[in-house]
Design a protein around this ligand. Structure first.
Ligand SMILES: *[C@@H]1O[C@H](CO)[C@@H](O)[C@H](O)[C@H]1NC(C)=O
Ligand SMILES: *[C@@H]1O[C@H](CO)[C@@H](O)[C@H](O)[C@H]1NC(C)=O
Ligand SMILES: *[C@@H]1O[C@H](CO)[C@@H](O)[C@H](O)[C@H]1NC(C)=O
Ligand SMILES: *[C@@H]1O[C@H](CO)[C@@H](O)[C@H](O)[C@H]1NC(C)=O
Length: 529
């Protein structure tokens, strides 16, 4: 029996090795310095290492789990986001306009791209003559100049999109996004938009498409030429063309929570890839959670904004609110000298968020509404109180509230009573938990784990050297052909020539004839008189 089992396992391993490609050399790049982006990307990198590939990784965060086949190029010093976009402003920020947000992304993308390309180690990689890679993987964010690495190493490129779908991803894969029912990345509309929403969506999407193509991408091109121009022979391709040469995009999106949208074979949804089975908690936290008879509220503002960056009067308000709760509270707070803590509150500068949310005593997750935390909350079926601050957090919050498993507060405005009231409503009114469990079930219902799916497709692209057969011609067509304007124009011309003109001619002839007939009759009448 045992022998059989063992040989079965052996056969399984053999077929797995046979199916998977041989160890590949992968250049894996996440130049954006925000920790949450890399925390997500690193899951994919780790899985590729586990599958025996050799990874050269360009990022800002030295790994805590070294691996013999991992070579790191750490951008140092990493780009100081708060210096250019002060955190103080973030806590006081209301909704910035969508147009301002777009411009902010472009600006931050250009700055971080140039900063990374100036790094001495990365320069050496750009200059290298003997390096070889089978695949370049890049975060699908605002770093298009990095696509030139694919050209440099003459290998296919795959990207991993952190924020979900944007129109330009569709375009690169050969789809023109239907603005009638697909809201722009920054909007929280559903696919049932009113007339005015469709007008605004079209306006914003058109602005994005035009400005991206004629303002942002040319700047990216300048960066690419500045840093790759000397090293690479011949005329550099345009980043716009490199973008259409991307073989595969793994997008942080999931059918259970995101709108249905038209797709292409090279677009793969991998939302939830970062969620792992719960691991054992540190003993003090385990006890704290186990012993909470009335449940636990877990509070974290994510990895970028620190609770210590909050204005002190807000900290005091939050503590006051927590002190009024029957529940215990776990707060990710980065400074031990917070002052007097209510007896039911425990703080720690590091929290194993996934493992905490998995604990059955956790009744509520107070979050800034970041995409990864929101997905973890959804996976573990925990109702959420969202306090969005910037970027996509407002959009995520509106979606969570609409789906019925969350409520929201405005950071700069909420009072102690409001906070307590919202927490208690979310815990004691059962419909929130019910909705959370419902969406959790949908979110977990996958044919295979999204991370395995991601790695499958990455290896697929390596096995088929870019898998050109996945790429639709739609990506390369001029818009007038894509929209069949030429065919329509031709049809109109044919109609003109075969129907309208003959009809006009006939009418003219008929008119002339009737006119002639009339004058003839008139003359006849005159004669008779
Ligand atoms: C590292 O790569 C080598 C050669 O491809 C392989 O034999 C080895 O198993 C890899 N190491 C690990 C820990 O996967
Ligand atoms: C497109 O990608 C292929 C590899 O998939 C590469 O050989 C080719 O040079 C790339 N074309 C451009 C214009 O970069
Ligand atoms: C929690 O309960 C465990 C046993 O169930 C006990 O050993 C531990 O001291 C308790 N912790 C607290 C903080 O009450
Ligand atoms: C932690 O809090 C103390 C006292 O409030 C303050 O002096 C110190 O600067 C804080 N440290 C950080 C890293 O915020």
């Amino acid at each position: 029996m045992q022998l059989q089992l063992r040989s079965l396992i052996g056969i399984c391993l053999l077929t797995m090795c046979g199916l998977s490609c041989n160890a590949a050399r992968i250049l894996f790049m996440g130049p954006f310095p925000a920790p949450s982006h890399w925390m997500w990307l690193e899951h994919f990198q780790r899985d590729l290492l586990k599958r025996g590939h050799h990874v050269t990784s360009v990022n800002n965060h030295p790994t805590k789990t070294p691996h013999e086949n991992l070579t790191e190029i750490i951008i140092s010093p990493s780009f100081d986001i708060p210096k250019h976009f002060p955190k103080k402003n973030i806590f006081n920020m209301q909704f910035a306009s969508d147009f301002q947000n777009l411009q902010m992304w472009w600006q931050i993308g250009l700055m971080t791209t140039e900063h990374a390309l100036q790094d001495a180690q990365l320069k050496r990689l750009i200059d290298s003559k003997d390096e070889q890679f089978d695949l370049v993987i890049l975060e699908q964010f605002f770093h298009e100049a990095f696509l030139m690495f694919g050209k440099k190493f003459s290998c296919p490129v795959a990207t991993i999109g952190t924020m979900g779908y944007a129109d330009n991803m569709d375009h690169a894969m050969g789809l023109v996004t239907p603005w009638s029912f697909i809201p722009h990345l920054l909007l929280s509309h559903t696919d049932k938009m009113t007339f005015s929403q469709r007008v605004y969506n079209t306006y914003l999407s058109l602005y994005d498409a035009i400005m991206r193509r004629w303002y942002y991408l040319p700047k990216m091109q300048q960066l690419a030429e500045k840093y790759f121009g000397e090293v690479m022979n011949g005329v550099l391709p345009h980043v716009h063309d490199l973008e259409r040469n991307i073989s595969l995009m793994l997008i942080n999106s999931h059918r259970s929570v995101d709108l249905p949208r038209p797709s292409m074979p090279g677009l793969i949804n991998v939302g939830g890839a970062h969620i792992q089975p719960a691991k054992k908690l540190p003993t003090d936290m385990q006890n704290f959670l186990d012993n909470a008879t009335h449940g636990v509220v877990y509070f974290s503002l994510g990895s970028y904004m620190k609770s210590t960056d909050m204005p002190p009067e807000k900290t005091a308000q939050i503590l006051q609110a927590f002190g009024k709760l029957k529940q215990k509270v776990l707060w990710k707070y980065e400074n031990a000298s917070i002052g007097q803590l209510p007896s039911n509150v425990m703080i720690s500068k590091w929290m194993p968020q996934n493992d905490i949310l998995a604990h059955p005593n956790v009744k509520l997750f107070i979050t800034h509404g970041g995409i990864f935390g929101t997905q973890e909350g959804i996976y573990w079926g925990v109702p959420m109180l969202c306090i969005p601050l910037y970027g996509d957090q407002h959009r995520n919050t509106i979606k969570s509230v609409r789906e019925g498993y969350a409520r929201s507060l405005v950071f700069s405005k909420f009072t102690v009573d409001e906070m307590v009231q919202n927490i208690e409503t979310l815990i004691y009114e059962p419909q929130y938990k019910r909705s959370a469990l419902e969406v959790s079930q949908r979110f977990r219902d996958n044919a295979i784990h999204p991370l395995d799916e991601a790695s499958f497709w990455i290896e697929y692209i390596i096995r088929h050297r870019g898998a050109k057969h996945l790429k639709s011609q739609g990506a390369f067509m001029p818009l007038y052909q894509y929209l069949l304007l030429d065919v329509l124009g031709c049809a109109l011309l044919v109609l003109l020539l075969t129907v309208y003109l003959p009809w006009r001619m006939l009418r003219k002839v008929h008119k002339m004839w009737t006119a002639n007939a009339a004058t003839a009759q008139a003359q006849r009448a005159k004669k008779q008189l």
